[in-house]
Design a protein around this ligand. Sequence first.
Ligand code: KG4
Ligand code: ZN
Length: 367
Amino acid sequence: MTQAPLKSAQTLLVLGIETSCDETAAAVVSRDSDGRGRILSNVVRSQFDAHKIYGGVVPEIAARAHTVCLDEIVAAALQDAGVSLHDVDGVAAACGPGLIGGLIVGAISAKALALAADKPFLAINHLEAHALTCGLTDGVTPPYLMLLVSGGHTQLLLVEGVGRYQRLATTVDDALGEAFDKTAKLIGLPMPGGPAVERAALKGDPKRFKFPRPMLGRDDPNFSFAGLKTAVRHAALPLSPLSAQDVADLSASFQAAVCDSVCDRVGRAMARVIEGLPVASPRKFVVAGGVAANKVLRTALVGVAEDYGFSCHAPPLELCTDNGAMIAWAGAERMALGYRDGWDARVHPRWPLDPDAAPAVGAGVKA
Ligand code: KG4
Ligand code: ZN
C-alpha cells in the first residue's frame, strides 16, 4: 500500500495556537499548493470546569489556565500529527480579538516556538480564522457572504479574499452567542449556554411564548438581541420556580425567535448582495463561529439560502467553536500569500475585520 506523502515541496505545514477565550487549543494543518487543506491534528481543551462556579469566563483564570496546559496541548498536537516542530513551516497564534491575558500567552508561546525552530510567525485574527474555516473543510473560496455568529460577534461580512472584508451588518447590542449564554443563565441552564439551550429546546414547544423577532423587516440587515433576552426574563419571572417543561418551552421559543430574526436579516443581506452582483455570478453563503454549531439555526439558514439561490456552507460542528485548526489554516492561507509577522507583532483585544465600517445606528454598538 502506498500512502500519499505527508508533505510535498509545495505543501505548507502550520502549527496553530488558540487561546483567545476559554479554550486552550493547538492543531497542525497542511495546505497543498492547489489550496486544498487537511487537518493532521486538532487538540482542544475547554476550561469549562475552572469557570463554572462563576457563571461566566473569568479573564484572569483563563489566562492562568492557558499557561498551565498550553505546552502539553502543543506537544499533543504535534504528536497526533506525527511531526516535530522542525517539520512545520510556520507557527500561527490567535492575536485578537479576545481576552488580553490569554492572547499574550498564546502569542508569546508561538513566537518562542517559531524563534527556537527558526520558522515564520503568523499573527492571526481570530475572526478571520472563523471566516476562512470553510476553505479548509469544504474548499469554499471567496468571494462569499458570511454570517459570523460567536460569543462576542454577530456580523454579516462580504469575504472578498484573505485579509479583505466588508462588513454589511453587525449587532447593535448583544452578540448572538452572548444572548444564548445570558438566556441560559436566566433560566438556570449550565454554561456554555448555547448548547444547553439547544438541548433543552428539543423537548420544548417553540410556540408557547410569543417572543419578539428583533429587527424583523428592517431595511438594514443589522441585528439586535437584548430585547429578546429581556422578553425571556419577563416570561420566566412569573413562572418561578421554573419546571423542566417551562425551561424547555422557554428555550424552544427563544431559539425560534432567534432563527426567525437571523434568517430575516440574512435574507435582507442576500438581497443586497444580489443587487450588487453581476448577473450569473456564483452566490455563496457561509455561516461560521460558535453559534453556527446550532443545528436548528443551520437548517433554517439552508432554507433562506435556497430561497435566494445561494449555496450554503458551514464547518463541521466541532470546527464551529474555537479550535486550533482554524488558526493554523488562516496561518497557512496567509503564508501562501507570502505574509509573515515580525517578533514585535502585538495582540489586539479588539481587532475588527473591516476597520473602516461605519458604526451601525443604535446604542452600544459592538464591532
Ligand atoms: O466561536 P466561539 O467558540 O467563541 C468565540 O469566539 O466567542 O463561540 C462561543 C459561543 C458561545 O456563546 C456559545 O454558547 C455559542 O457559541 N454556542 C452555541 C452553540 N454552541 C456554541 N450557541 C447556540 N447553539 C449551539 N449549539
Ligand atoms: Zn471564536
